[in-house]
Design a binder for this molecule. Structure first.
Ligand code: IMP
Ligand code: MG
Length: 179
């Protein structure tokens, strides 16, 4: 198994870049067919973690769309703090728009719930959620997740945009913490 060390922790590869790309192609197909003919949907990518997923998914999208970025985080080290920082401003008009939130991973769902609630206040036509990864055992919220790339166990992972204390975001594969 390919291994990597970041600071004090060791990680083993758990999802290759080839598997990642094939999952994203499938997600793109579903979104393309659901949004066909809809007026200029707006993708909202949640930074920092979603930057790689966003870039790869958007290349699969075949309808006219816009993309914007939001920043916030509830993580410190390897566990969710439960405290979500405030949303950092959206300038685009949301009212009446078809909005698709893009997340790298949904863990407890705390971040996602806050984002969706804030967006709902701006009266979009609808809000759907697409996450590359989902940890069903960790999920504590009720927000429906429309497009899930892959469900994974409740382990800490890095790579493909996801970090351990700022490191590992550049890795093309995903790695799981070796306890
Ligand atoms: P939640 O609010 O607990 O759902 O956490 C959401 C955010 O925490 C995600 O968008 C990630 O940026 C980060 N996160 C969750 N799980 C992991 C992980 O296993 N590794 C690295 N970051 C994670
Ligand atoms: Mg994130």
């Amino acid at each position: 198994m390919k291994k990597i060390k970041l600071k004090d922790k060791e990680f083993g590869v758990s999802l290759s870049s080839e598997e990642i790309q094939s999952i994203i192609k499938q997600l793109g197909k579903r979104i393309n067919s659901d949004y066909k003919g809809k007026e200029t949907p707006l993708f909202i990518s949640i930074l920092n973690g979603s930057f790689m997923f966003t870039a790869d998914l958007l290349k699969q999208i075949d309808f006219n769309c816009e993309i914007t970025f939001l920043k916030l985080s509830s993580y410190l080290g390897t566990s969710s703090t439960g405290n979500v920082k405030e949303l950092i401003g959206i300038n685009e008009k949301i009212q009446g728009r078809h909005v698709i939130v893009l997340e790298d991973i949904v863990d407890t769902g705390i971040t996602l719930e806050q984002i969706v609630h804030e967006l709902q206040k701006l009266n979009p036509a609808d809000v759907r959620v697409s996450t590359f990864l989902f940890k069903p055992e960790a999920y504590k919220k009720n927000i429906h997740i429309d497009y899930i790339g892959k469900e994974i166990p409740n382990d800490f992972i890095i790579g493909y945009g996801l970090d351990y204390d700022g490191l590992g975001r550049n890795l093309p594969d995903i790695y799981t913490l070796i306890p």
